[in-house]
Ligand binder design. Structure first.
Ligand SMILES: C[S@@+](CC[C@H](N)C(=O)[O-])C[C@H]1O[C@@H](n2cnc3c(N)ncnc32)[C@H](O)[C@@H]1O
Length: 358
């Protein structure tokens, strides 16, 4: 996993770096207000300073370390914390980030020139990459509706990304007009986190929806933060979503052990929603090479990773029971009229499945 990067790590460079580099003027303002939002967006939704986990300069404080009553309902806004937030932000905008590149591909607006230039370079080599990303997002929506319809109303969305159309709390609330769904969003990308908090401040119910900064790869700390939100009853079934994230975790970083940790934590009746990009069955030698190149390109981002075949991906569900139709190309998973690639699911290059703990 990539560590803190170059000039950003030396401090006090955010504004200069942003002004000289990637961001257009209007975005520069966004970046600065985003940093502030990450530090202290709203009294009721702050768990601590934003952080980047292994990708960022600022670490997520574990509950109790922050000296802020576990971070809950406490606005952290002193200079040190603000500096840390700005450093995390600087590291985040120093290179393309998976969250913002994905946002660009699915038609969002929270991305910078460095992300867009990278995205277009990727698209030249993998022309349908935008459609693959939209396929992942569509799968997420269908999976959330499925889980809601089945009566599981608590969601932890790890690697939730930048808010855009079809956020989990919106889909879940639309599926259950009684408004009894609860969602904790988790991401380790500072801009994604800050925008999630701004979205929640505008559209969500603070009693039922929350966004925290945490790293999938630090599951004990992440889960402590989820618990500290007091949004969820963790003795009851939870839908754990890790959608379009595992291709950013290499096998050498032990995703098996990490996902197993979460599976063991969750009570019976919980559901696991997973998807990831695959390099299975390329149609030609050129496509096989293009998918290998895609993986290489992401080495330059804040989120290097690896593609997996169905066999390599299936293990993350452990012994949980896959809901029908199993682990499949995502467009084959309960497609609707909007589903891209529904007539040829394997063209999508995205695998997805939902499994239940017995
Ligand atoms: C491709 S986006 C997917 C967004 C959303 N899950 C969706 O399906 O629309 C991947 C997200 O995973 C996040 N991510 C990557 N590695 C992570 C980690 N170790 N911990 C938390 N989030 C991570 C990125 O910051 C990014 O927001």
């Amino acid at each position: 996993m990539a560590g803190p990067a170059g000039p950003a790590a030396s401090g006090q460079v955010v504004t200069a770096q942003v002004a000289d580099g990637d961001l257009e003027p209007e975005r520069r303002h966004d970046a600065e207000s985003t940093a502030s939002a990450g530090v202290c967006p709203r009294q009721s939704q702050v768990d601590g300073p934003i952080g980047g986990g292994p990708h960022g300069a600022g670490n997520v404080e574990s509950p109790g370390e922050s000296g802020t009553d576990g971070g809950r309902d406490h606005c952290v806004s002193n200079d040190e914390d603000e500096d840390r937030a700005l450093l995390a932000l600087a590291d985040s905008v120093d290179r393309p980030s998976a969250a913002r590149v994905y946002d660009y591909f699915i038609g969002g607006e929270t991305n910078y020139a460095i992300d867009r230039a990278f995205a277009e370079q990727v698209r030249e080599r993998v022309p349908l990459i935008g459609e693959y990303c939209r396929t992942s997002r569509q799968f997420l929506g269908r999976a959330v509706r499925h889980c809601s319809a089945g009566g599981v109303t608590q969601f932890v969305d790890i690697g939730s990304g930048l808010p855009t159309a079809g956020n989990v709390h919106e889909v879940a609330d639309a599926a259950r007009p009684q408004l009894d769904t609860r969602v904790v969003y988790v991401d380790n990308e500072p801009i994604a986190l800050a925008h999630s908090r701004m979205l929640l401040a505008d559209t969500a119910d603070p009693e039922r929806h929350h966004a925290i900064a945490a790293d999938l790869m630090e599951p004990g700390e992440l889960w402590a933060q989820v618990r500290d939100t007091e949004i969820l009853d963790l003795s009851r079934p939870v839908v754990l979503i890790v959608n379009a994230v595992l291709h950013f975790i290499k096998d050498q970083d032990d995703p098996d052990g990490i996902i197993e940790f979460y599976r063991e934590l969750l009570p019976s009746g919980s559901l696991l929603v997973l998807s990831q990009m695959t390099n299975e069955n390329p149609e030609s030698e050129d496509e096989r090479q293009a998918l290998a190149d895609l993986q290489d390109y992401y080495e330059r981002t804040t989120n290097p990773g690896q593609l997996r075949t169905t066999g390599e991906f299936a293990r993350f569900f452990g012994d949980w029971v896959l809901e029908e139709p199993g682990l499949v190309y995502a467009p084959a998973w309960h497609p609707d009229d909007e589903t891209l690639f529904r007539t040829e699911p394997s063209q999508s290059r995205v695998l997805g499945g939902v499994a239940r703990k017995s």
